[in-house]
Design a protein around this ligand. Structure first.
Ligand code: 13P
Length: 245
């Protein structure tokens, strides 16, 4: 049985005080059946950690550098994230791939770095609109998975399927479209690892998730939760998504 996860990716939003207020407003959540993780900007991690310390909410980071330390101006490493209480880290969000040229080989290093510091990686995959229209979605997803997971043994990890055309566009994948890709991801993981391991890996859907569309998405057998962007910046929307039955 996979525990549902609702993850809130705040992206480059919230000042320090806004982050603190948003985190505090979420601490009333008590939902034993759902794991809730928020991903604030780096500079707010410590403040948010303090705000949520007596709640069920967990902390994650939006990316990390694959080296432990050194002359990498502006970067943040695994040990730093661990020291501020991050249990999860997003790896390969499509915005990182697109705007910061992160390719699968680099993401492979980042996943290794996360694992070596006991931070659970949430690997993001997803096709562009052109790739979906060319009917290459499944090939693209398979390549992203196999290249990023090359020589990485099975471990506690999470996959997020985020079709690029659905991110921030209000254009959500239909539950059927999402389920098809989620089942394909699980099949690919089962070939890459084994079936028992693949059954344990949670696969989240991301891309314009709202309280309105979450119920039909979560009915699907391979959709184990959501990676929420815009709607995670509103306390009411995020809590409503968490409380989806
Ligand atoms: P939106 O929910 O704003 O579409 O963003 C999805 C996302 O990219 C989460 O990582």
């Amino acid at each position: 049985m996979r525990t549902r996860m609702i993850a809130g990716n705040w992206k480059m939003n919230t000042t320090l005080s806004e982050a603190k207020n948003l985190a505090q407003s979420l601490t009333t959540i008590s939902s034993l059946q759902t794991e809730v993780v928020i991903f604030p900007p780096f500079i707010s991690l410590e403040t948010v950690r303090t705000s949520i310390q007596n709640s069920q909410i967990k902390l994650g980071a939006q990316t990390l550098h694959h080296e432990e330390k050194g002359a990498y101006t502006g970067e943040i490493s695994g040990p730093m994230l661990k020291s501020v209480g991050c249990e999860y880290v997003l790896i390969g969000h499509s915005e990182r791939r697109q705007y910061f040229n992160e390719d699968n080989a680099l993401l492979n290093k980042k996943i290794r770095a996360a694992i070596s510091h006991q931070i659970i990686p949430i690997l993001c995959v997803g096709e562009s609109l052109a790739e979906r229209e060319n009917n290459t979605t499944l090939d693209v997803i398979k390549t992203q998975l196999l290249e990023t997971l090359t020589d990485i043994p099975y471990t506690n990890m999470i996959i997020a399927y985020e079709p690029v055309w659905a991110i921030g566009t209000g254009k959500v994948a239909t539950p059927e479209q999402a389920q098809e890709v989620h089942a394909f991801i699980r099949g690919t993981l089962s070939e890459h690892y084994d079936q028992i391991s693949a059954e344990k890996i949670r696969i989240l859907y991301g891309g314009s998730v709202t309280p309105q569309n979450s119920p039909s998405l979560f009915e699907k057998p391979d959709i184990d939760g959501a990676l929420v962007g815009g709607a995670s910046l509103s306390t009411e929307s995020f809590i409503n998504i968490i409380q989806t039955h």
